[in-house]
Design a protein around this ligand. Structure first.
Ligand SMILES: Nc1ncnc2c1ncn2[C@@H]1O[C@H](COP(=O)(O)OP(=O)(O)OP(=O)(O)O)[C@@H](O)[C@H]1O
Ligand SMILES: [Mg+2]
Length: 1035
């Protein structure tokens, strides 16, 4: 990423590891100076950040800068405090472990500023939910409040932290800052009552006076001018321009409202602050007995009002002392000096405990009430190493603290790293460094260390003084290489050490401490009388700070030195359990001047901060090391062999993995339990590949999860559908059951009705009978006879027989009526003929029954088909009927085609235009037909008339019709004779012939050998008819 920042940051090297002359301190200095002159205040040594205080606003902490560093690989951008913060944050999020950022450097080097920048970075860049904004604001705003109460101006720093601060920022699993916790260390209480030349008291006093409303000041009994207060008017220096108390007051007041401080809390808090100022203004006088008195109780009254205690109690507590013997309590007056001591002790105690209360109060507002697991990033901003002209107990503690932190750094980096290479079996050339453990031991060792000696001196019976303490030191640690006193120093060094002083050779340089006040500050005793008075205060903050139980406890509380030692060791425990990041702050000059680079001062800091050693270790070492299990766990998705599980030992898995992703041999080393990666770029490339594969994994997990959700949804729907279906089926089944029940009832009723159908009408059969009736009637309509001849009728049930008969008759009558209405005159005539035919043929001639349904017609030959000559010959006799016939000769029985025409008087056998035979009805003797189904009819004429021809033998298709018509025209009774077997006819008058009727297999009419005409119809005359037709066509 070659942004503007990167482009600009080309001065020197961004990482000291890249220095060619990495062992040269001058090269190191040159690089730092070169960059500083270009306002590039940050430089790396590997992952450690070296920061030089610019003493000016550089515009490198903008929102844009924050966004730039967010989520970017550590070495991709120029060094920045944001890169350190982002790196720690990302490691915490990805590995779910705890981190701390240790910011060290001497007073005024920029530690507090760096910690504030980190906090702001988290506040701006971390994901945030609306509900958690308050937590974020509180984290941010706790800073100005604590700074107001715990920071002060010193010659080295206008905003010097006079207490140590360790702040845990808690993050939830999504990386959202959700809460925090602050631990404070040893506030410099002595500053409340005394400040050295050029120093100020804690900021809050000045802020209250400068910024508070006039009403508020009046309520507290204060004036705006700080010079009116003894505790504030010792600095004898002009107001510093860099400190704007009025503005800061506004910031602090606003912050109070965010971090849960109630009106009452603030009232009590500022009551205490004001009463400290009033305390400082109490003047004591000596009376005749040398006892202290307070002539002007003006201040006492204000304090009593603000702390809510009786003025008399307070007055007595400040001027008297209660001595407890085994049997009684004796109250004795204090000397002027002791009263001043008591007053100052009270001011220090009140301020010190109020500060602790304040930290606890802030903590309760920062606490996150959700107890799910959190990861933390700790920020340690603790007072820097300091050397003043006069150094007291406080400087001793502060510098001891810095020694301990240096120890931690040595343990965690220089020593630990080298030891690591050794145990892992990595080739390594040990690097020499100064281990300050020897100094730490000098201070803290049990029974032998300076703190133990001081404690011993504090509790020892007999007159113990600061001087006797110094003597004890000379006696016990006098031989230590890092300790010196005036007595122990040679003649050369004597001049520089006072009689009351001792000198320690710290890792950061030598510091001479004045033992004056060591015992008193270490004891930090408050007269019992005063303690009682404070326990009786009604100011609610003081009530929490001074508990009555304290009075009952007669055991000596641990000394300040021991307390501090213990709190430091627990701080180190906290830090050791976390992953470290380091920021080493350097102060470029003592005058707080921008762009001034004091070589001597900076070189000194480089030396004592151990930066050269750190650089050498980094240069020779590896940028990154990781346990095989962790490395494999993180990157296993990059190799198909190791994903999702590597079954073998993790070391082999890592080997397989790095082979797959193509690490070159010079890029890494494999130790016994860890992999060591030499260059950051190798790790970044791996990390980038992991980021890429993570997206794929995420989409797979997402897909599976979505699938799971969908399936769950589907199962839910299926379950719902099944239930619905079951209900619906149930409903249907119930409906069916009802239907069947109903059906069963109906059937039962039906059967019951059927059984009782012949019984008289009763409820048992009533419905059945109705049904039967209805059913019969409804059915009957489909079975009504179609015509009069149709005799079928639907069989009625027993109960309907009468009705059925009636209906049947009605129906028949109706049909008859309909039939009769349809009968015409012509039809009637035909029917009359049929009746005559019936009389003649019924039961006598075969084929009659079959012929019944063939209606008779008026004529079978149209008049147009009869030759006009014939008509002429017939002498206009009206033709009643005519039909084509076959006439057989009487002798030879030759068949000839003729027309038979019947008139009113005679029958004519016609051949075309000739009338072949005329048979007058008067001469007609009879007509014979056979009983078989043939069509032969013989018209017998009277034999007497010799002129006449003999009988006419005719074959006619419509024999029944012809005979009937003829009979009706002749009007003679018994005219027609149906014969069986044979018949006689007259060939000529007196000469007879015979026609024999017989049945045979084949239709035949022939002259047999006897000279008789044999007529052999088939079994059925009608069936034979087509053959007859055929026969006719042959002739
Ligand atoms: N990054 C920075 N940019 C601009 N000014 C800075 C920066 N760091 C420090 N300063 C200036 O230096 C002053 C001192 O810094 P700071 O208070 O952080 O020192 P410190 O190391 O905390 O000292 P102490 O140990 O006394 O508390 C600040 O008030 C500020 O004016
Ligand atoms: Mg500070």
């Amino acid at each position: 990423m070659e942004g503007t920042l990167t482009a600009r940051d080309k001065v020197g090297v961004q990482d000291f590891v890249l220095l060619d002359a990495h062992t040269s301190e001058s090269a190191f200095m040159d690089n730092l100076r070169k960059r500083f002159s270009e306002n590039l205040i940050y430089t790396y040594i590997g992952t450690l950040l070296v920061s030089v205080n610019p003493y000016q606003e550089l515009g490198i902490y903008t929102m844009r800068q924050m966004e730039l560093y967010q989520g970017v690989n550590f070495f991709e951008l120029p060094p920045h405090v944001y890169a350190i913060a982002d790196n720690a944050y990302r490691m915490m999020c990805s590995e779910l472990n705890n981190h701390f950022i240790l910011i060290s450097g001497e007073s005024g080097a920029g530690k507090t500023e760096a910690s504030k920048k980190i906090l702001q970075y988290f506040a701006v860049t971390c994901p945030m939910t609306e509900s958690l904004q308050i937590a974020r604001d509180r984290l941010l705003l706790s800073n100005p409040v604590l700074e107001a109460f715990g920071n002060a101006r010193t010659p080295r720093n206008d905003n010097s932290s006079r207490f140590g601060k360790y702040m845990d920022i808690q993050f939830d699993f999504q990386g959202v800052p959700v809460g925090g916790h602050i631990i404070s260390y040893l506030i410099e209480k002595s500053r409340v009552v005394h400040q050295n030349q050029g120093e100020r008291n804690f900021h809050i006093f000045y802020q209250l006076l400068a910024g508070s409303e006039a009403d508020h000041l009046a309520y507290l009994g204060l004036e705006r001018d700080p010079q009116l207060y003894k505790y504030l008017s010792q600095d004898h220096c002009a107001k510093e321009s860099s400190v704007n108390d009025k503005n800061d007051w506004k910031t602090v007041s606003d912050a109070f409202s965010v971090i849960d401080f109630t009106e009452a809390d603030l009232q009590n808090l500022f009551g205490i602050i004001a009463s400290v100022l009033h305390l400082g203004n109490i003047r004591f006088q000596e009376d005749d007995q040398g006892c202290a008195t307070i002539p002007d109780t003006h201040e006492i009254k204000w304090i009593a009002k603000l702390l809510r205690v009786y003025p008399s109690v307070l007055l007595e507590a400040l001027t008297h002392r209660k001595i407890e013997t085994k049997t009684e309590e004796v109250v004795c007056p204090l000397t002027l000096e002791l009263s001043v001591y008591a007053r100052d002790a009270m001011a220090k105690a009140v301020y010190g405990r109020t500060f602790t209360w304040l930290v606890n109060k802030i903590n309760s507002s920062l606490v996150n009430k959700d107890f799910t697991q959190k990861t933390v990033i700790g920020l340690l901003d603790i007072y820097g190493f300091e050397v003043f002209d006069k150094n007291g107990f406080e400087q001793f503690c502060i510098n001891y603290c810095n020694e301990k932190l240096q120890q931690l750094l040595i343990e965690r980096t220089l020593k630990a790293e080298q030891a690591e290479y050794e145990t892992e079996g990595i080739e390594w050339e040990p690097i020499q460094y100064f281990n300050n453990k020897i100094i730490c031991d000098l201070v803290e060792e049990r029974h032998k260390g300076i703190i133990s000696i001081l404690d011993e001196e504090c509790i020892r019976p007999g007159p113990a003084t600061d001087l006797s303490f110094l003597e004890k030191l000379e006696e016990k640690v006098g031989k230590h290489a890092h300790f010196q006193t005036r007595k122990l120093a040679g003649p050369k060094g004597q001049k520089r050490i006072g009689w009351m002083e001792f000198r320690l050779f710290h890792y950061a340089g030598e510091v001479t401490y004045c033992t004056k006040g060591f015992l008193e500050k270490n004891n930090d005793l408050l007269y019992r009388h005063l303690k009682e008075a404070l326990c009786g205060c009604q100011n609610s903050i003081l009530r929490e700070c001074f508990l009555a139980a304290e009075l009952e406890n007669h055991r000596r509380p641990p000394t300040v030195g021991t307390q501090f030692k213990n709190s430091l060791s627990s701080l180190l425990e906290i830090l050791i359990s976390k992953e470290p990041s380091y920021i080493r702050c350097i102060k470029p000059n003592d005058r707080k001047e921008p762009s001034e680079f004091d070589d001597f001062l900076v070189r000194h800091q480089i030396k004592y901060l151990g930066l050269m050693e750190h650089l050498r270790v980094r240069r020779a070492g590896f940028a990154y090391q990781r346990k095989y299990e962790h490395f494999l766990q993180r990157y296993k998705s990059l190799c198909p062999d190791t994903w999702p599980h590597w079954p073998g030992p993790p070391g082999e898995g890592v080997e397989r993995l790095i082979k797959y992703i193509g690490y070159k041999p010079e890029e890494y080393k494999l130790g016994k339990t860890k992999i060591f990666i030499r260059f950051p770029r190798t790790l970044f490339a791996t990390e980038d590949a992991f980021e890429f594969s993570k997206h794929q994994l995420v989409s797979r997990i997402q897909a599976t999860y979505k699938g799971c959700l969908e399936r769950r949804e589907y199962l839910k729907k299926r379950e719902a559908a099944t239930r619905l279906e079951a209900h619906w089926r149930g409903a249907l089944a119930r409906k069916e059951v009802r239907r069947r029940k109903w059906a069963v009832q109906i059937i039962r009723k039906f059967i019951n009705g059927f059984i009782n159908r012949h019984q008289p009408l009763s409820p048992n059969n009533e419905e059945f009978l109705v049904f039967v009736r209805k059913n019969y009637i409804l059915n009957l309509r489909y079975h009504i006879p179609k015509n009069v001849l149709d005799k079928s009728w639907l069989q009625p049930p027993g109960i309907l027989e009468n009705a059925s008969d009636l209906l049947r008759k009605m129906c028949t009558r109706n049909l008859v009526r309909k039939y009769c209405c349809g009968v015409t005159a012509e039809w009637t005539a035909m029917m009359q003929q049929k009746v005559v035919a019936s009389e003649i043929f019924r039961g006598k001639k075969e084929g009659y029954a079959e012929s019944l349904n063939q209606p008779f017609v008026n004529t079978r030959i149209d008049e147009g088909d009869i030759n006009p000559k014939v008509l002429q010959l017939m002498d206009s006799e009206k033709i009643q009927y005519s039909v084509p016939v076959i006439k057989y000769d009487r002798k030879g029985f030759k068949p000839r085609q003729r027309q038979l025409i019947l008139t009113q008087k005679a029958a004519y056998v016609v051949e075309l235009a000739k009338i072949k035979q005329k048979i007058e009805y008067s001469a007609l003797k009879g007509v014979s037909t056979s009983s078989l189904s043939d069509g032969i009819l013989v018209i017998h004429v009277s034999p007497e008339n010799k002129k006449k021809k003999g009988d006419a033998i005719l074959l006619c298709e419509h024999v029944f019709e012809v005979v009937t018509k003829l009979a009706m025209l002749v009007k003679k009774e018994n005219l027609v004779n149906v014969v069986q077997g044979s018949l006689q006819f007259y060939i000529t008058p007196g000469k007879e012939g015979t026609i024999v009727f017989d049945t045979g297999p084949e239709e035949q009419i022939y002259k047999d050998k006897n000279g008789q005409l044999t007529v052999m119809p088939s079994f059925s005359w009608l069936a034979a008819w087509p053959r007859l037709q055929n026969f006719r066509s042959q002739i």
